[in-house]
Design a binder for this molecule. Structure first.
Ligand SMILES: [Zn+2]
Length: 584
C-alpha cells in the first residue's frame, strides 16, 4: 500500500551515501487510515469505545493495551507534525494557533482518558495473570494510578502558573554591555572571551542582574514550595522529596542512595577535576582560577567543522555508519525523507530537539546550526535519541516507549562519546581533533559535581524548615563542598545566589540527577567500546531495543554496564576518562 508523506518540508539535494530510500507511514493494525481525529467529538467517541471494550482474558487485555497505544500514536503523530511546523516556521502566527488549538482541544483532554484506560488495565482481574514479561508494565501503570490525587489537580495548575513566572523574570533581564543591551544568554558568550577583564565584567553583570531580582525570586520559590508541600501531604507523604521520588516513578534507587552518589563524586571526581583545572590555570597563565575563568578558551583555536549544510549532515551519516552501518542508514533515511531541519534560518524557533514520529517509526531532528563545534555535538547527541526511536519501533505499547531520562540520555550521551574517534570526518588537522576530543572528555566530568550540588540542595530544602537566608547559606556550603578550584573570595554573595540561575529547581524539581546517572552510563559504554569494540555496540543497541520494557538496572546491564553509584565504580570510570585525556 502506497503511503503519502505528509512531512516533506525539507527536500534535500546532495549525494546518496548508503541508501536512497525514504521512511513511509506504517500500516495501522486496528484503525482505518482515514480515521478522523481533528475534532474532540470523534476522538472522545473513540476513547469511549475503547473503555467499553469487553475484556475476558489476559490476551484480550494486552490487545486492548496495544489498540490504545495505536490510537494514542495517531494523535501524537498529528500533534508532533504541528509542533514541527510551528518551530520550523515560528514566524507564522497561524502555525502557533494551529498547534495550540490541537493541544488544548485534543491532546490535553486526552490525558484524562489515558488515565481511565490505565485504570481499566489496573482494575482488570486478568492483570494478575499476565506473565513475568509484563511485570514492568504492571509496575509503571500501578504507580501512575497510585500517584493520582484528585485534590492535586488544581494545585498542579497553580504550580504551573507560578513556575512559568520564573522564565518570565529571567528572560526579561538585560543590561548594557560593550555598548549594547544584552540578555543573560548573550552575556554568557563572553565568559569564553580570551580577554580576562571582559570575562570578569560579563560575569559580574550576569550576577548583578540576578542579585537585583533576589527577593522576587526567593519569594516566588517560597510560594512554589508551599504548593509542593501541600501536594505531598494530599498523597500522604511527610515531605515533598519523598512524594516526588514516588511520583517520578523512581523504582530503582532511593533518596538515600543519592547521598552515596554525592559522596562518591566528591571523593572520586573532585581530585581529578582539581588536577585538570590546575593545568588549565597554568595554561591561562593566571595566579588563581576565578569563576569567570573556568569556561575560558585556553588555546584560542576556533573549530570550524564544516562549510555547507550537506557536509554537516553527510559527515554525521558517515560517522554513524562507522559506529554501526544501520545507524548511518537510519540518519540518511531521515535526511531523504525530510526529517532533518538543521540550519539556523530566519523565522525558526530557538534551540534543538529530537522528536519521535510514531506512525513512521522514525524521528525528526530540529536544530539551529551555524557551523560551530557545539552543533556537531548536538547533532550526534540528537542522533543518539533518534537511534533509540528506530530501535523501539517494534514495541507495541506506549508505556514502554516513554523512557525515563536515565535511559533516554544514556542513548544520546553514549553516542556523543562512541563517535569521538571518527571526528576526523569533520576535522583534518590533528590539533583540531585533539581540542574537540579534550572538550568532549572534560565535559563528561564537569557535569557531575554540579548535578550533585543541585540534587543535594533540593534534598535539603524539602526536608528542612528554613528561611531564605538559611537556604542561600546552605547552598554556599554545597558550592564549597563540590568546588574543584574556583576562587570565590570577595564574591560570597554571588556564590550563595548561584542556584537562582538553575531553571530546574524552579520549574522541574528534582529533575537533574538523571543527567549525572546517564553521563556515568555513557562513560561506561564508551569504556566498553574502547575495550571490546563491535561487541559493545551490539550491547548498546540491544539496550536501546528494550525501550523501557525493563527496569533501569537491567537496561544498563544489557548495555554491558552497571547502574551503580559506588565510589569504586565511579573512580574506575573517571580514571578511564582522565587516562583518555592524558593520551591526547
Ligand atoms: Zn538529550
Amino acid at each position: 500500500m502506497k503511503q503519502k508523506d505528509s512531512l516533506t518540508y525539507f527536500k534535500r539535494g546532495g549525494i546518496t551515501l548508503f541508501t536512497d530510500e525514504k521512511l513511509g507511514k506504517r500500516i495501522r493494525k486496528f484503525y482505518p487510515e482515514n480515521l478522523e481525529v481533528t475534532s474532540w467529538e470523534t476522538v472522545e467517541r473513540e476513547f469511549k469505545k475503547l473503555l467499553e471494550e469487553p475484556i475476558d482474558s489476559k490476551e484480550a487485555l494486552m490487545v486492548f493495551m496495544e489498540k490504545f497505544s495505536e490510537f494514542y500514536s495517531i494523535i501524537a503523530q498529528i500533534s508532533t507534525e504541528k509542533y514541527i511546523k510551528m518551530t520550523c516556521y515560528s514566524d507564522k502566527p497561524e502555525n502557533h494557533e494551529d498547534y495550540n488549538k490541537f493541544f488544548s482541544e485534543i491532546q490535553a483532554p486526552s490525558s484524562k482518558y489515558e488515565f481511565l484506560i490505565n485504570k481499566k488495565f489496573y482494575d482488570s482481574p486478568y492483570r494478575k495473570e499476565l506473565g513475568k514479561e509484563y511485570d514492568h508494565m504492571n509496575k509503571i501503570i500501578s504507580r501512575k494510578i497510585e500517584a493520582f490525587c484528585e485534590k492535586n489537580i488544581p494545585l498542579d495548575a497553580k504550580e504551573n502558573k507560578l513556575s512559568s513566572k520564573y522564565g518570565e523574570i529571567i528572560s526579561k533581564l538585560s543590561t548594557e554591555f560593550l555598548g549594547k543591551e544584552r540578555t543573560i544568554t548573550q552575556l554568557s558568550v563572553y565568559l569564553k572571551d580570551p580577554d580576562r577583564t571582559v570575562r570578569q565584567q560579563a560575569w559580574e553583570k550576569i550576577n548583578g542582574l540576578i542579585a537585583g531580582k533576589r527577593d522576587e525570586l526567593e519569594e516566588l520559590f517560597d510560594s512554589l514550595m508551599e504548593v509542593r508541600v501541600e501536594k505531598a501531604k494530599n498523597l500522604g507523604f511527610s515531605n515533598y522529596r519523598d512524594y516526588k521520588h514516588f511520583t517520578k516513578e523512581r523504582f530503582d534507587y532511593t533518596p538515600e542512595d543519592l547521598y552515596e552518589f554525592h559522596s562518591s563524586v566528591e571523593k572520586a571526581v573532585l581530585p581529578i577535576l582539581k588536577e585538570l583545572f590546575e593545568t588549565k590555570r597554568q595554561k591561562l597563565g593566571i595566579d588563581t582560577l576565578r569563576p569567570w575563568d573556568t569556561a575560558a578558551d585556553e588555546d584560542g583555536i576556533t573549530l570550524k567543522p564544516y562549510k555547507t549544510n550537506d557536509e554537516f549532515v553527510d559527515n554525521a551519516i558517515k560517522i554513524l555508519h562507522k559506529v554501526k552501518p544501520e545507524f548511518g542508514k537510519n540518519l540518511e533515511l531521515m535526511k531523504n525523507t525530510g526529517f532533518l531541519d538543521l540550519e539556523n534560518r530566519k523565522g525558526k524557533a530557538p534551540g534543538g530537539y529530537n522528536t519521535q514520529l510514531p506512525e513512521y517509526g522514525g524521528s525528526f531532528i530540529f536544530m539551529n546550526a551555524v557551523g560551530i563545534h557545539a552543533n556537531v555535538i548536538t547533532l550526534l547527541h540528537e542522533s543518539g535519541h533518534a537511534m533509540h526511536g528506530f530501535s523501539c519501533k517494534h514495541i507495541p505499547y506506549n508505556v514502554y516507549k516513554r523512557y525515563p531520562s536515565e535511559v533516554a540520555e544514556l542513548a544520546s550521551m553514549s553516542m556523543e562519546l562512541i563517535t569521538m574517534d571518527y571526528l576526523d570526518e569533520y576535522y583534518k588537522d590533528r590539533v583540531d581533533i585533539k581540542k574537540a576530543k579534550k572538550e568532549g572528555l572534560m565535559s563528561t566530568l564537569n557535569i557531575l559535581p554540579w548535578a550533585m550540588t543541585v540534587d543535594a540542595f533540593q534534598q535539603w530544602i524539602y526536608t528542612t524548615n528554613h528561611t531564605a537566608g538559611q537556604r542561600d547559606a546552605y547552598f554556599a556550603g554545597l558550592m564549597d563542598r563540590f568546588n574543584y578550584g574556583e576562587n570565590y573570595s570577595g564574591y560570597e554573595k554571588e556564590k550563595a545566589l548561584r542556584w537562582l540561575r538553575q531553571l530546574h529547581i524552579f520549574e522541574v524539581p528534582f529533575y537533574y540527577i538523571e543527567y549525572a546517572m546517564a553521563q556515568l552510563g555513557a562513560i561506561a559504554v564508551f569504556k566498553n567500546y574502547k575495550e571490546n569494540g563491535e561487541k559493545a555496540i551490539e550491547q548498546y543497541h540491544n539496550a536501546l531495543k528494550l525501550g523501557y520494557s525493563k527496569p533501569i538496572p537491567e537496561i544498563y546491564r544489557t548495555a554491558g554496564i552497571k547502574f551503580d553509584f559506588s565510589y569504586e565504580y565511579i573512580k574506575e570510570l573517571v580514571g578511564f576518562i582522565k587516562n583518555e585525556i592524558d593520551k591526547l
